[in-house]
Design a protein around this ligand. Structure first.
Ligand code: 5GP
Ligand code: MN
Length: 338
């Protein structure tokens, strides 16, 4: 597909007709799901349930505890631990939604049943350069979040009156987390209008903020302190900074999924730094989170050097090397690209 940036609101009438005639619907999202992934999936889940559909959310793997307050999260099926059940549900589905991802490489082994399925596939997403794996695309690469697109998708289906507090909380959460609490450049007046509508529906903004951001374990805070004092390397002359954490270090601080969420932003917040990275040693690979600001874009860096991709200011990737080798590669990229 030759499409990089902008809107791609494909054949809304066909999507409407498809949804009208279908009953079994599966909603999927990317691996290591974040607030936007879980928020958009559960918002669409509740909306389609209200439309009388048989809906299941299937995710590749677990999400952080700070998202487990969202209504419906206990009904989510995990592909890594509930593979048989998920395969059965996907096998019977008539429509499969792909939310917050632009390529099947983003969903690990969940790609197998999706590739096999003859269901109608609909992508709702805000990442650049969507790959050609679906029948319909509701994509806006300028949108701050997939949750904003879910609101606009429901609007196009003339279903805004079906948005209630539970759906609103899910949408609010994804917009809040993907905009860095409404501060990134992707936050527009439309974003604030949507948020205003959600608050009018009873969504308690400060309650959601607290549930997501004021919910750390003591271990998480100690890890943050350790990472910032002992593990952050600042390459001032290259306007770059990074933090690396080994598996052993993570274990030492009783690491749980979500504990390093937001850590890379501290490195980016240093005065004069344009490019920041977090390198984490996982069981079977090295994962990288990349962030930037101003005129420096990390999506290309992720794509060219770290087998990944993402947005211009927030991207990620992975390497199948030792942590030491990954650090050397990252430093080389930081020293030669800025
Ligand atoms: P994070 O650093 O929060 O894990 O990811 C930031 C963004 O980078 C995500 O929203 C996603 O768009 C992108 N991203 C992260 N990891 C990968 C990856 O392995 N491949 C691709 N294509 N994008 C990634
Ligand atoms: Mn997103």
């Amino acid at each position: 597909m030759i499409f990089h940036q902008g809107f791609l609101f494909d054949k809304m009438d066909e999507i409407k007709a498809e949804l009208k005639k279908s009953n079994s619907i599966v909603i999927t999202t990317h691996k290591s799901p974040d607030g936007d992934a879980i928020g958009s999936s559960l918002a669409l889940y509740h909306f389609l349930k209200k439309e009388g559909k048989d809906v299941t959310v299937v995710v590749p793997d677990a999400f952080p505890d700070f998202l487990n307050w969202m209504d419906g999260c206990d009904k989510i099926v995990y592909y890594d631990t509930q593979t048989k059940l998920a395969n059965e549900i996907i096998g019977k589905s008539e429509v499969i939604f792909s939310l917050d991802y632009n390529s099947l490489t983003r969903i690990s082994d969940l790609r197998n049943p999706i590739e096999k399925s003859n269901a109608t596939k609909i992508v709702i997403d805000h990442h650049q350069d969507p790959k050609d794996f679906a029948n319909h695309y509701f994509v806006d690469t300028n949108s701050c979040s997939t949750c904003q697109l879910i609101y606009e998708f429901i609007e196009k289906l003339e279903g805004l009156d079906k948005i209630d507090k539970a759906i609103g909380e899910c949408i609010y959460c994804g917009i809040m987390t993907d905009t860095g609490s409404f501060r990134y450049p992707s936050t527009t007046s439309k974003t604030h209008q949507i948020i205003a509508h959600l608050i009018d529906l009873g969504v308690e903004n400060s309650k959601i903020h607290q549930a997501v951001y004021d919910n750390s374990s003591e271990h998480r805070l100690r890890l943050l302190g350790y990472a910032l004092t002992k593990k952050m390397v600042v390459l001032s002359e290259h306007k770059a900074a990074y933090i690396s954490l080994s598996e052993e270090e993570l274990k030492r601080f009783s690491f749980k999924i979500g504990d390093v969420e937001g850590l890379v932003n501290y490195a980016l917040s240093i005065n004069g730094i344009k490019f920041a990275a977090l390198i984490i040693e996982k069981e079977d690979m090295i994962s990288l989170s990349l962030r930037s600001k101003g005129d420096f874009y990390v999506n290309k860096i992720a794509n060219n050097h770290f087998n990944g991709g993402g947005h211009i200011y927030a991207a990620g990737g992975m390497l199948e090397t030792s942590l030491e080798e990954a650090i050397i590669r990252l430093e080389t990229v930081m020293k030669t690209n800025i």
